[in-house]
Write a protein that binds this ligand. Sequence first.
Ligand SMILES: C=C(O[C@@H]1C=C(C(=O)O)C=C[C@H]1O)C(=O)O
Length: 225
Amino acid sequence: MTDNLDDLRHEIDTVDNRILELIAARMDLSDRVTAAKAGKAAFRPGREAALMRRLASQQPDMSGVILLGIWRQILTASLSRQDTDLHFIVHTDVAPTAAWHMGSALQASYADSIADIAAQFAVKKARGDIPYALVPADNTPALAAWLYKDDAAYVIARTPLFDMGAVPPAYIIGPALPDASGDDITLIGVLNPDTGHMIKSEAGYHPDGVADHADDARILGIYAR
Ligand SMILES: C=C(O[C@@H]1C=C(C(=O)O)C=C[C@H]1O)C(=O)O
């Protein structure tokens, strides 16, 4: 027998009311997290990745990509309450990614080269703001050179966490290494005399470096894969 449309809509309204109550309860907890962080960075991409992986594994029949899209709005709504000044310097090639990642909470300025992004990043830092940027997730010499020379700019996340065709992957750059997510990639910068600055990837969370790299190798970032 076919369900009655009005009855189904009534049940959907009831479910929506419950979701709304749970979101409000989650926001209250997030507000309490702000105080518990005692002035430390609000934005914790390692924690966000770990909780997304846990949720996706709990509902294997639901698309991880769909789940991630729903939770990105919840996470950014929560995060933008914790840090009302959160602002991103966005490379124009990944403007769609910034809009997808931060949704309606996005506050951004735009630049179309790594050099311009690095310059804006330095200005924000000098002003005492916490700088964040989004750049294409390509291991280019320009990105390698910036991160190698700047001791307060690191890759802290790669977004989207799960690949999706319509959203070009981006690295999020921040002022300090992220928390471990439980499954991470460490990016190591080396200065090759012939080819210049290069980025190498190592599996795992290695904030203190990797033993078999050259003395002049530097940690350029860590992200949840
Ligand atoms: C709530 C926290 O702060 C931020 C918001 C998160 C959330 O809403 O789940 C997760 C990580 C942080 O970016 C947290 O650190 O736990």
